[in-house]
Design a protein around this ligand. Structure first.
Ligand SMILES: Cc1cc2nc3c(=O)[nH]c(=O)nc-3n(C[C@H](O)[C@H](O)[C@H](O)COP(=O)(O)OP(=O)(O)OC[C@H]3O[C@@H](n4cnc5c(N)ncnc54)[C@H](O)[C@@H]3O)c2cc1C
Length: 273
């Protein structure tokens, strides 16, 4: 995730969804038949997956979701809509979260050819533009009971997936910061002012030293979290702390790197964002 986001945040986003939000729930909450049917193709990239939790009126509070399923013999009838779904227009399958008739959140695998299912693209995003985003629309979609994820019920299902994705994003933020650092370092060796390279001024060196120190600390935090996760001990709070720290660090490194590139340097306006 670090190296992917070093290239582009949108590519990391796609990979996070595929691994943490689609393959993980099928592996963890699915049965053996579902694992064998979907995981090899998702792993090889033959299948693209997406994860449908957010709705137009329920983002931060997914528990309020209104997408629902009704029992219909050997299938469930799915109705509702999901919004801001990474990969949805190109996805072969969607892991979808919906409420059953008792109001319990259930996870299921919806396939792209199921009647009544569409995934229109959302156009004009201002960032993450290499990542395609769309909606999921369900109009009386018949989802076979064999496609239900049997081993999970309730909000802890999607939240467990989001913890995995958050760990990946903690690494991704380090990659974004590394790219900013690399480009600032390169520029400081090329650009001359006052008859010297920018990098020959001690103030510039201090800024670069601080950037790479913060990046290295973030790497150590993520690495330690990975070792805890490998032994099944990483808590959601620790994962959130790592993501929070690393994203804040990446924003600060990006701000410094942008400032070093000038345009709004010492004689101009100070950048606001
Ligand atoms: C590029 C992109 C890709 C995405 N991909 C997916 C995906 O693949 N699958 C998926 O299910 N979802 C996806 N999402 C949706 C994303 O998870 C939601 O945007 C997120 O949950 C926030 O919901 P919202 O946008 O409706 O904002 P809202 O919940 O409406 O929040 C608006 C603002 O209010 C703040 N706020 C909300 N509640 C509180 C509170 N209690 N206290 C203080 N402040 C609060 C929020 O922090 C935010 O700043 C994606 C979003 C984007 C932008």
């Amino acid at each position: 995730m670090q190296e992917l986001e070093r290239g582009d945040s949108g590519i990391r986003s796609m990979a996070s969804v595929q691994g943490s939000l689609v393959m993980y729930p099928i592996y963890k909450y699915g049965n053996e038949e579902q694992r064998r049917k979907y995981l090899p193709k998702l792993g090889s990239g033959e299948f693209i997956g997406c994860f449908g939790l957010t709705e137009p009126d329920h983002g931060s509070n997914p528990n309020g979701m209104i997408t629902n399923i009704k029992d219909d013999g050997d299938a469930y009838i799915l109705n509702g809509a999901k919004m801001w779904i990474t990969n949805s227009p190109v996805a072969d399958i969607a892991v979808v979260w919906a409420k059953d008739e008792e109001g319990i959140i259930r996870g299921m695998i919806v396939e792209k050819d199921m009647k009544g299912f569409s995934a229109p693209e959302i156009h004009g995003k201002w960032s993450l533009r290499a990542s395609v985003t769309g909606e999921l629309v369900f109009e009386d979609v018949r989802v076979p009971k064999a496609n239900m994820l049997p081993n999970i019920q309730g909000l802890k299902g999607p939240l467990g997936c989001l913890s995995k994705a958050r760990y990946g994003i903690a690494w991704g933020a380090v990659g974004a910061a590394l790219d900013c650092y690399d480009s600032a370092l390169r520029y400081s060796k090329e650009r001359e002012q006052f008859g010297k390279k920018l990098g020959q001024f001690q103030l510039t060196q201090k800024k670069l030293a601080e950037m790479i120190t913060e990046i290295t600390k973030a790497q150590l935090l993520s690495w330690r979290l990975g070792t805890l996760a490998n032994s099944g001990k990483a808590t959601p709070a620790q994962i959130s702390m790592a993501k929070r720290n690393n994203v804040a660090m990446a924003l600060e490194v990006a701000r410094e790197a942008r400032q070093m590139h000038g345009g709004m340097g010492i004689t101009g306006e100070y950048p606001i964002t």
